[in-house]
Every structure is written in structure tokens, then in C-alpha cells.
Design a protein around this ligand. Structure first.
Ligand SMILES: NC(=O)c1ccc[n+]([C@@H]2O[C@H](COP(=O)([O-])OP(=O)(O)OC[C@H]3O[C@@H](n4cnc5c(N)ncnc54)[C@H](O)[C@@H]3O)[C@@H](O)[C@H]2O)c1
Length: 310
């Protein structure tokens, strides 16, 4: 088998976990139980067959660095469990568009200089797969990158809740190019969403009628800081709700499960360090039918867009 050559859009915390993990498990022995790894070989490929070609970011502290050192650059704060050796591949300047929201733009400074020629780089580095780890709400930026990926004829894995792989329009575009597309949105290996889904399943199996369910996520990284901007969350709510609701559709029993909107309650990152503060939960207005819960009777006073009425 050959190598799988991968480029990453958004060299943040997820990219750090992925790159550290691949380095850590690169020589994992096959046929043994390895904590944290489901498969050492998939479709004939081993973990060590994954190679990185370049990263794309817009943060001035990351652009121009070797990918291996950019993943440890603040505001990234992923736990460092592996010293990744120099990869010899750069982080290049991407296209900002709507990648930086109100909160992220207060702690991230854009790198100077023009946007790199992404299509040319993808071709020259013989990149097979592009992974999208942009911040939630990066609709325009994601679509811009998808166009570059299509032109360069690469596969695309969309790890964020901007709807690409699930949309007929984009599916058709990838089929026309003969390239695969996967997504949308990833789920942590053992995170809140899978735990929630298992609990819903448990109630279902035990014949307990579930009237309401909601998920409260608390975190302290830039992903959570970005999600304070509620206007960026529309697609995240849909994605999270579907993840839990899908399980119910396979149910044999009649269970009334009201889909409630995902509420990323709030880990606030401050440049002074990790400081997770919980906000007073907003009151929820719940409907009896299947559908999204309306949020926000308690106004979010820190949301600048609401303040200006935008
Ligand atoms: N951690 C999880 O378990 C999980 C689960 C599901 C989805 N996700 C999604 O994955 C995405 C990445 O999460 P993260 O924790 O790595 O976020 P992060 O904030 O740590 O990283 C985002 C990176 O994108 C960069 N960026 C912003 N605009 C850009 C642009 N226009 N072009 C190139 N780079 C740009 C930022 O500078 C930053 O380095 C988020 O959308 C998150 O919601 C994460």
C-alpha cells in the first residue's frame, strides 16, 4: 500500500490531537489491544501510512511554522501527550472569510501577506485528503476551501458542522470529480454526544418514556470561546440534535423524545490562562412537538451582535 497524504485546514486543538495521535501510535503493533485505538489497520492502511503535506491557518503565530511546532502554539491548549518531531512541512496562509468570529478575532491576529495558492500546493504535494477543522460557523470559508479541494481533485473530510457531505449539491460536485467526501461534523471518541446517545438508548431499551433531553457542554478552549457567538451556532444545533435523534429512529418502542437544541454552555477562554466560568443557564422555552427548543429568554448580554441588533 502507498501512503495517505493529508493536508489540514485549521491548525487548532483538533489538529494537534490528530497529529500527536498519529505520531504516538505510528508504530502500534497489530493484533494487540492498544488503549485509545479502535483499528491499527483499516482498508489495508496502517497508522504509520498517514503523512502530512501542509497545514493551513490564518493565525500570525502559526503561519510559517513547521506543522509540528504550530500545533503547540497558543491559543491551542490540547494536552501534550507526544513530542511530535519536526515534520518538515509548513503551515501556509489561508483565506480568512468568516473563519474568525467576534471572540476569536480578539485573541488571534491575522498573519500578514497574501493567501497561498492552495490548489497549486495541493497538487504539488500530491495531497490525497484534506481535513477541515475550521471554527464552527465558518460557512463561507469552508465553501471556499471546498472549491480549492475540488479543483485539485482531493478527497475531503469535513469535521465541522457546515453542511457539505450531507448536501446533494456538494455530493454531486464530488461525484463529478470522482472523489470521496465525508462528514459532516466529527464526534469525539468518548465525548458528551456519544455518552448522551447511549443514555437515550438505555432509557429506550428499558421502556422508559423520555420526555426531554438536553446536553450541556462545558469547555475551556477556543472552540467554546467561538461558540459564545450564538449566531454561528445554527448548523451546530442541527448537527448535534441529529446525532441524538438518529438513535431514536431505529427504536422499536414508542418513545417521545423531544429534540432539544445543543447548548454549548460556556467555557470562556481568556488569554491569561484557562479560566472556565459557567454562566447562569438561560431559561428554556420548550415546545411539545418534535423540533428545536427555543432558547434565549434570558438575554445573552455578552453577545455583541444582539446588542447592536445585527
Ligand atoms: N473537539 C471535538 O471533539 C469536536 C467535535 C466535533 C466538531 N469539532 C469541530 O472541529 C473544529 C475544530 O475544533 P478545534 O477545537 O480544533 O478549534 P480551534 O479553535 O482550536 O482551531 C481552529 C483553527 O482554525 C484556524 N482558522 C480560523 N479561520 C481560519 C481560516 N479561514 N483558514 C484557516 N484556518 C483558520 C484558527 O486560527 C485555529 O487555529 C470546530 O469547528 C469544532 O467545533 C470538534
Amino acid at each position: 500500500m502507498g501512503k495517505i497524504r493529508v493536508a489540514i485546514i485549521g491548525v487548532g486543538n483538533c489538529a494537534s490531537s490528530l497529529i500527536q495521535g498519529i505520531s504516538y501510535y505510528r508504530n502500534a503493533k497489530e493484533g494487540t489491544l492498544i488503549p485509545g485505538i479502535m483499528h491499527t489497520r483499516l482498508g489495508g492502511y496502517r497508522i504509520g501510512d498517514i503523512e502530512f503535506t501542509f497545514g493551513i491557518d490564518i493565525d500570525k503565530n502559526k503561519v510559517g511554522k513547521d506543522l509540528a511546532s504550530a500545533i503547540y502554539t497558543k491559543p491551542n491548549n490540547t494536552f501534550k501527550f507526544c513530542e511530535v518531531p519536526r515534520l518538515g512541512v509548513p503551515v501556509v496562509r489561508g483565506m480568512t472569510h468568516d473563519g474568525l468570529g467576534y471572540y476569536l478575532s480578539q485573541i488571534i491576529q491575522k498573519a500578514p501577506g497574501p493567501t497561498a495558492d492552495i490548489v497549486r500546493l495541493l497538487r504539488e504535494t500530491k495531497t490525497d485528503v484534506v481535513i477541515n477543522y475550521l471554527p464552527v460557523g465558518s460557512e463561507e470559508a469552508t465553501k471556499w476551501y471546498v472549491e480549492q479541494v475540488l479543483t485539485a481533485r482531493c478527497a475531503f473530510i469535513n469535521c465541522i458542522p457546515v453542511f457539505i457531505a450531507s448536501q446533494k449539491y456538494w455530493q454531486k460536485r464530488f461525484i463529478e470529480k470522482g472523489m470521496p467526501v465525508m462528514g459532516d461534523d466529527i464526534k469525539s471518541q468518548v465525548g458528551a454526544t456519544i455518552l448522551h446517545r447511549i443514555l437515550v438508548n438505555l432509557f429506550n431499551d428499558r421502556g422508559v418514556r423520555l420526555d426531554r433531553t438536553s446536553q450541556l457542554n462545558v469547555g475551556g478552549n477556543t472552540d467554546f470561546l467561538n461558540m459564545l457567538e450564538r449566531t454561528r451556532l445554527a448548523s451546530k444545533k442541527i448537527s448535534k440534535t441529529q446525532a441524538r435523534y438518529r438513535r431514536r429512529q431505529h427504536s422499536h418502542r414508542t418513545v417521545r423524545l423531544r429534540r432539544l437544541a445543543h447548548r454549548p454552555e460556556v467555557g470562556v477562554y481568556t488569554p491569561r490562562g484557562q479560566d472556565v466560568r459557567r454562566r447562569t443557564p438561560e431559561r428554556r422555552v420548550e415546545t411539545r412537538s418534535l423540533g428545536f427548543t427555543e432558547l434565549g429568554r434570558g438575554r445573552d448580554r455578552r453577545d455583541p451582535l444582539r446588542q447592536t441588533g445585527a
